[in-house]
Ligand binder design. Structure first.
Ligand code: GDP
Ligand code: MN
Length: 336
């Protein structure tokens, strides 16, 4: 005997799922998220939205990466909300931990100073490991080798609109290599010597800098100083060949050897952004204007037709694009 609500509804009451992309083709791509076991509620929240607004129409796989083993509970809860392939990967220790050649005394001192100056995450080693990992290692993880494009997501983000097309195909068909939704200024205190280091690199390797690049997004004076503009890397849709190529790999290794990931607190957002701006053509950097997105405390809410077309639920007035702290004007200006 079971109560009536436990009697299953007949199959033919259920909507048939649309399981093919309109073009009938897919890119070689995956969604990727770095997460801790404790992030699970934020993880399922993000993935559920991505599924409902987009991936239930496309079925791209997911890769989850962690510096510790994922728990069975984590895996089960993620697998419950998607029919896509899901991979769970452990990050090798030597890709994650602070390298042994870092001067620990100097690094400790730097962290203490940043705590005194109230720099966000200034005292954290794991946060620095995470930034370095996202800058130079995630695309080298064995689970990522099979893919070319990725969409980076984080726990507790919001997608406001239906995404009724395949952004990976846009990247592929239009030869884009880096896509973003929000751009802004970096905190000076986290990157005091980053630009100096970047310039050392470009002076040493002028041949690696791409012609027609996005220098005017990152510098207002032709490359003498960094204006601190960067793409907010908690959202990225990008081509890993950009990171895997000779230019960025040499660039990353040069930055890494400098030690600034630990002696300062270089973020993966400025590092990726500087890499994209120097080693891609400006036309290859794409603003996903129609993807309504929030990561605390900022959001991009599509305006006008895009808002309508995506059936977005965000308030169009709450939009970071033209706020004083946004760098989108500089992005636009590159194409004037
Ligand atoms: P914020 O967005 O800069 O405030 O930083 P988050 O705390 O959101 O971290 C960025 C991303 O890295 C998120 O996807 C986190 O889940 C992940 N992350 C941060 N620290 C760690 C860590 O120590 N281990 C693992 N496995 N993931 C981390
Ligand atoms: Mn975050």
């Amino acid at each position: 005997k079971v109560p009536p609500y436990k009697v299953p509804l007949a199959d033919d009451y259920y909507v048939k799922k649309n399981t093919t992309s309109p073009q009938g083709r897919r890119a070689n791509a995956t969604v990727v998220m770095l997460a801790r076991n404790g992030d699970i509620n934020g993880v399922t929240s993000s993935i559920k939205q991505l599924e409902d607004r987009w991936n239930n129409k496309f079925h791209y796989p997911y890769v989850f990466l962690n510096d510790e083993e994922f728990t069975q509970e984590f895996k089960d809860r993620v697998k419950t909300i998607t029919e896509s392939e899901v991979y769970f990967g452990l990050i090798p220790r030597d890709h994650w931990n602070q390298p042994e050649w870092i001067d620990e005394e100097k690094a400790t001192k730097a962290r203490e100073d940043m705590v005194k100056n109230n720099v966000i995450y200034g005292g954290s080693v794991p946060y620095r490991n995470m930034c370095r990992y996202n800058s130079g290692f995630f695309y080298r993880h064995e689970l990522m080798q099979q893919f070319k494009y990725y969409w980076r997501v984080e726990p507790d983000i919001k997608f406001f609109c239906d995404i009724d097309y395949d952004p990976f195909l846009v990247m592929q068909d239009q030869n884009k290599v880096y896509g973003f939704t929000i751009s802004l200024y970096e905190y000076e205190a986290t990157i005091p010597t980053l630009w100096k280091t970047v310039k050392e690199f470009t002076t040493k390797h002028p041949e690696l800098v791409t012609e027609g690049n996005a220098m005017s997004f990152i510098s207002d004076d032709g490359g003498s100083t960094y204006n601190r503009c960067h793409f907010w890397s908690n959202f990225e849709i990008a081509d890993m060949d950009l990171w895997r190529g000779e230019a960025y790999m040499k660039f990353f290794n040069f930055l890494d050897e400098n030690g600034g990931f630990y002696y300062e607190r270089w973020g993966d957002a400025p590092v990726h952004s500087l890499g994209a701006a120097l080693f891609a053509k400006k036309e290859q950097i794409h603003f996903f204007n129609d993807i309504g997105y929030r990561h605390e405390p900022f959001q991009h809410c599509p305006q006008g037709n895009a808002h309508k077309k995506g059936k977005c639920y965000c308030d169009p007035k709450q939009n970071f694009d033209r706020e004083w702290y946004s760098c989108l004007n500089r992005y636009d200006k590159m194409f004037f």
